[in-house]
Design a protein around this ligand. Structure first.
Ligand code: HAM
Length: 422
């Protein structure tokens, strides 16, 4: 049996698991702070959901979907992205949900791409979505939540790029203009785009290949072709960003890889990472998405953030990654009586909210102290014959070995107050 995880997937064992968990906890706390509520949708959906919304010509649909038939021959797809499923679930429960509707999710996504550093077949996303408003203040809030998350982790080398890709009023004419431009530059495109650009010319702008990028640079820019309402909206978004104290650059070739976007498109990139993995999060507005699913007009805006990439960026900037809180105390019992007391103490500590454990089996003092160290405990509390007789516990701070005799009946209260403080 090959014990490695399937190609393109990760096992998150300690300490990485603990770091990912810490990111989840922080993301949830931050999203709640701005009024977003937790949602979950199924890990798989009808294939049609993604085919309709991501776009028949997008990489996600043409190359990357994990599609399978179930036993009744229904075509299902492992969730490659979160926006369409959350919108589907919202529309299915429209009467009971508020508007605007603000949701966040922390979950796994599946894309069958060639695995490489920062690009996996299963990755984790922190995403937020706002449904039910066209107000550019919502776009600015969404971007500010993502920025706040990254800054709170200490990341500094991150850049916000924004663009507006227009709407159904101004994009069709731009699209034609772009096709005409690409026709005259056809020979300079990569093979893939040379044959396909007429289906979706915007995809050329998004291509990371140098040849396409050179063409994209000279191409007409959508922000120069926006209709008045789209231009006013884009200005509104930028006013909101200014108000929130964010810095950004306008990136005219930023169009995003999924077809449901309208107007605002944005990405946060970490220039320290290589271009294929540099986008920490991306998102934008999708005012036509609900209608693609047969629903009413429900405008929306949101982002999806790749959490493995966030950990890579933390590492790349030389920062200490957050970890879930460790064990406060490992209780060490010596001798039969000491071990019996240890089990009582652990029960009392846990009941008081102090993370604690002890050895299941009988081991020498030294071996138990080693266990305490490996468990990452802040303290070892030692209970042996001497302590039992004196009614004390020896409390050793593992960081520096400093030791105290603490009255046994005060131990729980003392560690509980330390746990509360921090
Ligand atoms: P996306 O740009 O396809 O957008 O993905 C969002 C983020 O997920 C990317 O910026 C990247 O950090 C991460 N990501 C995507 N694919 C992979 C992969 N194969 N391996 C590792 N990380 C990856 C969406 O999914 C949209 N649903 C975002 C959105 C939400 N737009 C509006 N609301």
């Amino acid at each position: 049996m090959d014990l490695r995880s399937p190609r393109g997937t990760l096992d998150l064992l300690p300490p990485t698991g603990s770091r990912m968990r810490a990111l989840y906890d922080r993301a949830a706390a931050l999203a709640r702070l701005s009024g977003y509520r937790y949602v979950e949708t199924p890990g798989f959906e009808a294939t049609e959901l993604f085919a309709r919304t991501s776009g028949e010509t997008s990489d996600v649909v043409t190359k990357e979907m994990y599609t399978f038939e179930d036993r009744k021959g229904r075509s299902l797809t492992l969730r490659p992205e979160g926006t369409a499923p959350v919108m589907r679930a919202y529309l299915a429960d429209l009467q009971a949900q508020p508007s605007p509707f603000k949701a966040y999710y922390l979950t796994r996504m599946y894309r069958y791409a060639r695995p490489q550093e920062g690009r996996y077949r299963e990755h984790r996303q922190f995403g937020i979505e706002v449904f039910g408003t066209e107000d550019p203040a919502a776009d600015a809030e969404v971007i500010a939540v993502g920025d706040g998350f990254l800054r709170a982790l200490g990341l500094q080398r991150i850049e916000l790029q924004v663009n507006s890709i227009g709407d159904e009023v101004c994009r069709p004419a731009y699209r034609e203009e772009l096709i005409a431009f690409l026709r005259t530059n056809r020979d300079r495109l990569t093979d893939e785009h040379r044959d396909r650009f007429e289906d979706n010319p915007l995809r050329v702008l998004d291509c990371k290949d140098d040849a396409c990028r050179a063409v994209a640079k000279e191409a007409p820019k959508i922000i120069d072709r926006l209709c008045d309402p789209c231009r006013a909206h884009f200005e509104g978004v930028q006013d909101g960003l200014k108000e929130a104290g964010l810095a950004w650059t306008i990136e005219p070739t930023l169009v995003r890889g999924l077809d449901y976007y309208t107007r605002t498109a944005f990405e946060f990139v970490s220039p320290g990472l290589s271009p294929q993995q540099a986008t920490l999060f991306g998102g934008g507005r999708y005012d036509g998405l609900a209608e693609l699913l047969g629903g009413p007009h429900v405008p929306g805006v949101g982002f999806g953030m790749g959490l493995e990439r966030v950990l890579m960026a933390i590492d790349q900037e030389g920062l200490t990654p957050p970890e879930e809180p460790g064990l406060a105390v490992f209780v060490v019992g010596v001798g039969d009586a000491g071990r019996a007391r240890t089990r009582d103490l652990v029960r009392e500590l846990r009941a008081a909210g102090v993370a604690s454990e002890s050895s299941f089996d009988d081991r020498p003092l030294k071996a138990q102290l080693k266990m305490a160290d490996r468990a990452g405990a802040a303290y070892a509390a030692i209970v042996g014959d001497r302590e039992l007789e004196a009614g004390t516990v020896t409390l050793r701070r593992l960081e520096d070995g400093q030791q105290d005799d603490v009255p046994a009946d005060g131990l729980v209260a003392r560690l509980a107050s330390e746990a509360e403080a921090g």
